[in-house]
Design a binder for this molecule. Structure first.
Ligand SMILES: CC(=O)N[C@H]1[C@@H](OP(=O)(O)OP(=O)(O)OC[C@H]2O[C@@H](n3ccc(=O)[nH]c3=O)[C@H](O)[C@@H]2O)O[C@H](CO)[C@@H](O)[C@@H]1O
Length: 363
């Protein structure tokens, strides 16, 4: 198969694409892949490290009310569409797949106009702006949450789950916490605010370090690549005990996650696919800054099944953070029950399902 794939901006759109590519290469080692990303997103750093050909487009999203900015947005979209068509002519894909983010809008739309088979993957329980636009033009729509099906045309929409779930579920981890100066025989709580880190989660976690220092469990606090210096500035002069590690980013998350006992984090769809694939209890703090509050809806699907607890960003304080962390970390039975509930929701064959759907529309 010759696969052109595009997903950009944040990890939540990029990692599902990488998981699908990994599955394609496993079943079809002769396949050719071209990843088209944006000049600004995390993909230009992440994708080339996975031995995948990468091309980039300059593109940006619309903003409410900034009219001059939006004039530039339209101009960049037209330019990207033109470049995407050129790339399609050169690469000659059998299929073009979009996994979200503005850049996938230009790439998949270009392919649809050129009558190449197209498919999108919507990770969230509420459809995003780019996928809403693309849904009218593509041949197939795959969704990661069953709740999303009703938001798309019924005749071409299929529940596949999120391919990242299969990738993390199948990996035999050889990770050791000693890499970060921690121990392997102590329960471990991972705190992170999605692929980019989250300001409030970082601030409140930093304020709580003096309490986490005294816990019987260990805490791994991941700030996000661009927020590490600010957190360390906030913590200047404070003691950080040897049961706490503060990192900017974890590049090998599938290897690390099987060694995590509980998570405090955002409710991005790809994170939740991982959490349910592996069965990890979580405290979820949905981002209030995303389209149609979709992270709250994502999170509630786990909360309903007693696989997670939720704190709104407004309610996040030193007290609520540490109390909820203790609630899971200090009660092993509770933790194991929540883990089982989470695991029951996992879709561990999602990459196979998504690839089968892709094959079904290739000529
Ligand atoms: C602010 C924003 O727009 N967030 C959206 C974005 O979130 P975001 O990019 O944060 O996506 P998710 O939380 O879904 O996924 C994060 C991904 O990054 C990985 N990771 C994270 C931290 C780290 O140090 N290393 C690492 O590899 C996680 O393992 C996971 O695979 O895309 C998601 C999927 O469409 C949406 O649900 C989110 O609402």
């Amino acid at each position: 198969m010759r696969l052109m794939i595009s997903g950009g901006g944040t990890g939540g759109h990029i990692y599902p694409a990488l998981a699908l590519i990994e599955e394609l290469r496993r079943v079809d080692p002769d396949s050719e892949v071209l990843y088209v990303g944006s000049t600004r997103g995390l993909e230009k750093d992440i994708v080339p490290k996975h031995n995948i050909d990468f091309e980039e487009l300059e593109i940006q999203g619309f903003k409410r009310s900034l009219s001059l900015y939006n004039v530039k947005t339209v101009a960049l979209f037209m330019k990207s569409l033109h470049k995407a068509k050129k790339l399609i002519k050169q690469f000659k894909p059998d299929i073009v797949i979009g996994t979200g983010g503005y850049v996938s809008g230009a790439v998949v739309y270009a392919a649809a106009q050129m009558k190449i088979p197209t498919m999108i993957h919507e990770q969230n329980s509420v459809v995003g702006l780019t996928n809403r636009f693309l849904s009218k033009h593509v041949d197939k729509i795959a969704v990661g949450f069953e709740d999303a099906i009703s938001q798309f045309p019924a005749d071409k929409t299929v529940y596949t789950g999120n391919p990242r779930a299969q990738q993390v579920a199948n990996l035999k981890s050889d990770f050791s916490w000693t890499k970060y100066g921690l121990k392997d025989d102590v329960p471990t709580l991972l705190i992170f605010g999605g692929s980019q880190g989250a300001l409030k989660i970082n601030r409140v976690t930093a304020e709580s370090i003096h309490l986490f220092n005294r816990k019987d469990y260990q805490v791994v606090f991941v700030t996000g690549p661009k927020r590490y210096d600010d957190v360390m500035e906030q913590l200047k002069g404070q003691t950080i005990n040897d049961n706490v590690a503060i990192l900017d980013y974890i590049a090998d998350m599938p290897n690390v996650l099987p060694k995590v006992d509980a998570i405090v984090g955002r409710a991005g769809a790809t994170s939740l696919a991982e959490i349910t694939a592996l069965g990890i209890p979580s405290v979820l703090i949905p981002s209030p800054y995303v389209t149609a509050d979709h992270q709250t809806k994502n999170a509630l699907s786990l909360v309903k099944n007693d696989a997670a607890v939720i704190i709104t960003e407004d309610d996040l304080t030193e007290k609520t953070l540490v109390e909820n962390a203790d609630f899971i970390m200090n009660d092993r039975d509770k933790r194991l029950k929540m883990a089982e509930n989470a695991r029951n929701m996992g879709c561990r064959d999602a990459a196979t399902r998504l690839l089968d759907l892709a094959k079904s529309i290739c000529h």
